[in-house]
Design a protein. Structure first.
Length: 179
């Protein structure tokens, strides 16, 4: 069995466990995308072709396949991604360990502010959820990113010990369960 096939099988079974796909074809496409990303070690979709099993004969067929998946309104990123992250951190909840979350902003083209909330794990920030705002500064008032924290609270029910790490560009907000 080729390495890509083994990776695909593992990715497919992992995605199948945590996510609710209505159409299994979406699961297959996403699994091949992740497999190609890992195998090629590149975000450039043109480099993914050698790592994907497909009947496609032209390179642009692969591009169209990825674009169709990304533009498909029935594919809800939040319903795929968040259950996977929650599954990965559920042992922390079971053990009662502290969950560290980091919130930060990035300004794009001096016009859009990207706010992301990440789980801190092993010295890395793994994105949990994010939102984009039309805002000309990376400094935000609490009211602007409060909806993101409210959504996170809903997903993180049962985590007793949560610490939010924030950066100076954001007004301090307290994020505690039970409020």
């Amino acid at each position: 069995m080729k390495t890509e096939n083994r990776i695909f099988s593992q990715v497919y079974s992992y995605l199948e466990q945590g996510s609710r796909f209505v159409d299994k074809r979406h699961l297959t496409v996403l699994s091949w995308m992740v497999t190609a990303l890992l195998s090629s070690q590149s975000l450039n979709q043109a480099r993914w072709e050698p790592f994907v099993q497909s009947r496609a004969e032209q390179a642009n067929s692969y591009q169209r396949r990825w674009n169709r998946f990304c533009q498909n309104g029935r594919v809800a990123v939040e319903k795929i991604y968040i259950p996977l992250i929650l599954k990965a951190i559920e042992t922390w909840k079971e053990k009662g360990e502290r969950l560290y979350l980091a919130i930060d902003t990035t300004l794009l083209w001096n016009q859009y502010c990207f706010v992301y909330l990440a789980v801190v794990c092993g010295g890395r920030a793994v994105p949990l959820m994010w939102m984009g705002l039309e805002h000309g500064s990376a400094s935000l008032a609490f009211e602007k990113y409060e909806p993101l924290l409210d959504r996170a609270k809903g997903y993180l029910q049962g985590f007793e010990n949560v610490m939010l790490l924030y950066f100076a560009r954001l007004q301090l907000a307290f994020f505690t369960q039970g409020q």
